[in-house]
Design a protein around this ligand. Sequence first.
Ligand code: ADP
Ligand code: MG
Length: 247
Amino acid sequence: MSIDTTTSVSLSVRDVHLAFGANRVLRGVDLDVARGATACVIGPSGSGKSTLLRTINRLIEPDRGDVLLDGRSVRGDDPDALRQRVGMVFQQFNLFPHMSVLRNVTLALRRIRKLDADEAAALARDHLELVGLAAKADARPAHLSGGQQQRVAIARALALRPQVMLFDEATSALDPELVKGVLGLMAELSAGGMTMVVVTHEMGFAREVADTVAFMDRGVVLEAGEPAAIFERAAHPRLRRFLSQVL
Ligand code: ADP
Ligand code: MG
């Protein structure tokens, strides 16, 4: 795969706090991802993983703390500009059902990158080809498999030329036989030098692809390190218990 990742940047999450009412969901999260590196975030349901991703591209404003791209705070960035720099892929794809695959990809290119119709269509076709779906450009999302829909969602995010990509359980809604294709695409993207934060229950992917694995529990990163350190030499009992349940 050939994606332009020369613009990838480093990502730092610094002491991020967020409460929903009395529910303190993030309680001082720190995470560092080097330029071109992949961090996998693992942890139990409700530990704040999705909320963390949403604070990184500022779908939610943290109560305290900061997010830095290449050392510079994103606080105060225009939300559209930030969403272009930080792409996000969700469990439920979030494609527009009434639009063709091609239009799903061109929409943001026209609105956010302000490309004209021909430029947007050409770039969208390039990215659909990259994810193996050039032939589906005119189809509606409902006529694609879940795995194909997720690859369209990835193409849509990549076409904006993000500097960081966030994945929130991107394969959790897929039938088992479709998971591999999407994980393979994500692994290629990682190998190609994209800076990525991947929330996942796929421990095999975390072990093989991640540069760093971060274990979240009750709103903090309890332990982070190289995959071998996390999977074979976990220090924290809560992490050891979690791994014994999921491996
Ligand atoms: P995870 O992705 O690790 O399962 P989440 O970040 O989705 O965890 O959720 C963490 C906690 O935040 C949960 O208790 C959840 O109910 C709560 N939460 C998430 N989003 C909202 C919201 N928009 N409003 C209120 N509470 C929320
Ligand atoms: Mg979640």
